[in-house]
Design a protein around this ligand. Structure first.
Ligand SMILES: Cc1cc2nc3c(=O)[nH]c(=O)nc-3n(C[C@H](O)[C@H](O)[C@H](O)COP(=O)(O)OP(=O)(O)OC[C@H]3O[C@@H](n4cnc5c(N)ncnc54)[C@H](O)[C@@H]3O)c2cc1C
Length: 436
């Protein structure tokens, strides 16, 4: 019998899952419900997007669907290293052995959507935008949704209910589907905000006579002593986008109250960024909302025989580790492998998903919190350790494992194995973070 799958959330995870399920022949019909508008028709406000780097974990998941990897690569920029800009104008390059591919989150969603639209008609796939899930009846197996119009949230909302054979909560870190798990005995979930908040930043292609020439194909990063950090990446049109991350507690960014103050802040603290910042961007930056980043650690991802959390809904992680999306796409590969292994028996598949993913998902959150140090002292030690590990691994690849950052960014080694290899260092950073 054809199973009706309801996916809540048309982010990278929910959309890739639709590809995987529909490529399994006639077994599944998919309804996707997304609270935002269709990004192909209505471009998202820029405050809601940011660049995402995909490494082999994510690319491998895309590769399994014919043509996806090629299109994503064609809309991405290849990144071969990070340039750290110092206050004195000097730079330090950390090269990568393997490239990352960066594009903004909305572009990734658009690629996945375009391919779904090309391949499948309404008899197999129903995409419903401006529909927000408000509740789930786990016993009746129904989801309640309401129509929402992004531009006018106060408009009257129409509510409706749909039934499902399998419900996938791919609705991100603040998952509504996960909220419904709390009614269940034995469900535990730790939700924590990371210490850093962020604002997106967008800079136009610099004028040719401006003298500004930040190397393409590199992540550019600037940091202040109070941990305020800017990460910028080129876009295909030569413009740059990225995020300004700053401590939630000691937050000089939210205190900026005029365009002049924004410009002065960048001029004093990030002069190179200031040179690229037109007045309009300073104005937009002022009003752009501050976003918080939530991390999620659950003891289970499935409920009963028919509900499963995937991606950020299951294991949102700090953006500092650049793995949330890669891990969300990797979830889809595991889910698909389990469908093969258990001959599409959903009850067994979702139960096994919890069993097989929990250790790595918890390790991912731990790595996100504690792989990279926040203090300058430990940061210097980290660089020293990285250099030694890289050299030893290069000379004796069978005796010494790659460095921590190489394992995270350049391999598909399970997160739990990475955590295990570097547990001494992680616990050192954890102690230092706890003191902070
Ligand atoms: C600043 C920043 C930088 C990042 N950089 C990287 C990076 O370099 N590499 C990387 O791998 N990851 C990165 N990430 C993490 C990455 O963005 C996420 O891990 C990834 O988007 C998760 O995909 P998802 O589909 O699970 O969830 P999401 O992308 O959050 O998508 C969830 C979707 O569900 C929808 N939704 C939510 N609630 C409802 C509801 N009630 N009803 C209907 N729809 C709903 C949302 O509108 C959204 O479209 C970064 C994150 C941030 C914040």
């Amino acid at each position: 019998m054809v199973k009706k799958v309801v996916i809540v959330g048309a982010g990278p995870c929910g959309l890739l899952l639709a590809h995987y399920l529909l490529s399994r022949g006639e077994k599944y019909e998919i309804d996707i419900y997304e609270r935002r508008s269709d990004p192909i028709i209505v471009s998202f406000s820029t405050s809601r997007t940011y660049p995402i780097s995909l490494n082999e974990r994510g690319m491998r998941a895309l590769r399994k669907i014919e043509g996806l990897e090629e299109v994503v690569k064609s809309r991405s920029l290849e990144v071969t290293g990070t340039i750290f800009h110092q206050k004195n104008g000097k730079t330090r390059l950390t090269p990568r052995n393997k490239s990352l591919f960066t594009l903004d989150r909305t572009s990734l969603a658009i690629v996945l959507l375009e391919k779904l639209n090309q391949k499948y008609d309404k008899s197999k796939l129903n995409l419903n935008f401006n529909c927000q899930c408000t509740s789930v009846d786990l016993v009746a197996k129904t989801v309640t949704l309401k129509n929402v119009v992004e531009a006018s949230p106060v408009e009257e909302k129409h509510e409706f209910t749909v039934d499902y054979d399998l419900l996938i909560g791919a609705d991100g870190a603040n998952s509504q589907i996960r909220e419904n798990f709390f009614a269940i005995k034995n469900f535990e979930c730790e939700q924590k905000y990371v210490p850093n908040d962020y604002k997106s930043i967008f800079l136009p292609r610099p004028n040719e006579n401006s003298g500004i020439n930040l190397e393409q194909g590199k992540i550019h990063s600037w940091i202040l002593n109070d941990s305020t950090l800017i990460v910028l990446l080129h876009q295909q049109d030569g413009s740059m986008s990225g995020v300004v991350l700053f401590l939630h507690k000691k937050n000089q960014i939210v205190n900026l109250s005029s365009t002049e103050e924004v410009l002065t802040f960048f001029q004093n603290n990030f002069p190179e960024v200031y040179q690229m910042m037109p007045r309009e961007e300073a104005e937009a930056f002022l009003t752009r909302p501050v976003s918080r980043i939530l991390t999620i650690r659950c003891n289970r991802y499935h409920q009963g025989d028919s509900v499963l959390l995937l991606g950020d809904a299951a294991h949102a992680v700090s953006s500092s580790i650049g793995q949330g999306c890669n891990a969300a796409l990797e979830d889809v590969v595991l889910f698909d492998n389990l469908l093969d292994e258990y001959s599409d028996n959903i009850e067994e598949v979702i139960e096994q998903f919890t069993v097989r993913r929990k250790q790595d998902a918890h390790a991912l959150v731990e790595l996100g919190d504690n792989a990279f140090p926040s203090t300058m002292g430990l940061f210097i030690e980290f660089i020293f350790r990285e250099n030694i590990a890289k050299t030893l691994h290069k000379l004796f690849p069978h005796r010494f494992s790659p460095s921590l950052s190489e394992l995270i960014f350049e391999t598909i080694v399970p997160y739990s194995e990475i955590l295990n290899s570097y547990k001494g260092w992680i616990s050192k950073v954890k102690k230092s973070n706890a003191k902070l």
